[in-house]
Design a protein around this ligand. Structure first.
Ligand code: ADP
Ligand code: ASP
Ligand code: MG
Length: 410
């Protein structure tokens, strides 16, 4: 008998029929003698709908009130699942974040989990109940409802699994595991039986939204056994996130390709090549709470240089407005900017011990006539920024070039 935390995403609870399906799956695990804590997302499309409603009222919705609104999606699904379980003869009880209680800091719309009280849940489990918890939401010390950022139900699930010391946290979604890249873009993408924790962190942070990055961080910190599975298939082992490289692991150098369309590039040209310039450009951007991703500054020539960086697309106009002031201040020649760019990244722990991976990537893109606008690397990834219209082509050719469609030799 094990304690299992299962999380079902938006598509998996997208209708009452699908919630009944979830109930049947939960019942199957329960019948095997396991204790179940089930974390749910809102029905697919619901969180977007709620955000749009809020924006009809205020162009920049008040963050506290926005959380009041967007957290309601999960309150509906948990109630429906509790009913569905009762209908098939199981005892179940639903909890909102504040009822658990799951406390967070007060950063509305992107709050971080601080504590989880497991007492009531444990008591319910001991009575044989299925515990159902609303994902994505918590409560701050002032009693205000908070949410954990888009995709945050993954993090709720892993954090609950950590708090309850669950034997496994299963993330049920609309694909049957973590793939070499998004299977909706590359049909030849292959499911990975295992992926290392480090690779999963990179993939998630570089745009593979199959798991929210914070959920992977949590799993790493508390060594939660984490698995991604399909809620639409009956059998299947999905993908296990592993913490150690073991003998049986797949031996690919590149494990996967991640991409992110949420990028915009800003190039400040002809800036004086002297100490303090990077700070003068990026300081006001940081002060405005705009996250900067890739940064490039070249070696200067004739006393000036170019300085480029990327920001989230939604912050592009705000960043440009700030930089117009900075431009005058530092006497930069001009600003060249483009928000139709995308970042794609190859990820793999095998890169540590193999060279030539980046050059294969650059050659493959060159052969397709795809221009690289920016590059950044770390020990286990290479990222490039390209024109958005070439993104899907770039992902497909790289997927092939690195043999990701082929089963690696064990
Ligand atoms: P849920 O609503 O269940 O949380 P998400 O839409 O957040 O589901 O995440 C699942 C989606 O992630 C898949 O439908 C797929 O399109 C996308 N995805 C992106 N990269 C990958 C990848 N490497 N492997 C699997 N799915 C991926
Ligand atoms: N419902 C929230 C969202 O759409 C949280 C989640 O699904 O994980 O982002
Ligand atoms: Mg998700």
């Amino acid at each position: 008998m094990a304690l299992i935390v299962q999380k079902y995403g938006g598509t998996s609870v997208g209708s009452t029929e699908r919630i009944k399906n979830v109930a049947r799956r939960v019942a199957k695990w329960k019948a095997q003698g396991h204790d179940l804590v089930v974390v749910l997302s809102a029905m697919s499309g619901e969180t977007n709908r709620l955000i749009a409603l809020a924006k009809e009222m205020q162009e920049y919705p008040d963050p506290r009130e926005l959380d009041v609104i967007v957290s309601t999606g999960e309150q509906v699904t948990i109630g429906l699942l509790a009913m569905a379980l009762k209908e098939i003869g199981l005892d179940a009880k639903s909890y909102c974040g504040w009822q658990v209680k799951l406390t967070t800091d007060s950063s509305h719309t992107k709050a971080r989990i601080q504590t989880i009280d497991d007492e009531a849940m444990r008591a319910d489990l001991a009575e044989g109940k299925v515990v159902i918890v609303a994902g994505f939401q918590g409560v701050d010390e002032l009693g205000a409802i908070t949410t954990l950022g888009r995709g945050g139900s993954d993090t709720s699930a892993v954090a609950l699994a950590a708090a309850l010391k669950a034997d496994e946290c299963q993330i049920y979604t609309d694909v049957d595991g973590v793939y070499t890249t998004d299977p909706r873009v590359v049909p030849e993408a292959r499911r990975l039986k295992t992926v290392t924790f480090e690779e999963m962190i990179e993939m998630a942070s570089l745009g593979s939204k199959v798991l929210q990055i914070r959920s992977v961080e949590f799993a790493g910190k508390y060594k939660v056994r984490l698995r991604v599975l399909s809620s639409f298939e009956d059998e299947g082992e999905g993908t296990l996130i592993t913490f150690e490289e073991d003998e049986n692991m797949e031996k690919a150098i590149v494990a996967g390709i991640a991409f992110d369309r949420n990028e915009a590039r800003i190039n400040v040209k002809g800036v004086p090549d002297k100490p303090g310039i990077a700070y003068q450009i990026l300081g006001p951007i940081a002060d405005a709470n705009i996250e900067v991703d890739m940064i490039i500054q070249n070696v200067g020539e004739h006393g000036t240089t170019d300085f480029s960086f990327t920001v989230p697309r939604g912050e592009f106009q705000r960043a440009l407005t700030i930089l117009r002031d900075v431009q005058t201040h530092i006497s930069a020649a001009k600003i060249d900017a483009d928000d139709k760019v995308a970042k794609l990244s190859i990820v793999g722990v095998g890169m540590r011990s193999h060279c030539g991976i980046a050059s294969t990537m650059f050659r493959t893109l060159a052969e397709e006539g795809i221009n690289i606008q920016m590059i950044s690397t770390s020990e286990i990834k290479v990222s490039v920024l390209v024109d958005e219209k070439y993104l899907e082509l770039a992902v497909r050719v790289l997927h092939k070039a690195f043999g990701l469609d082929q089963q690696p030799e064990a």
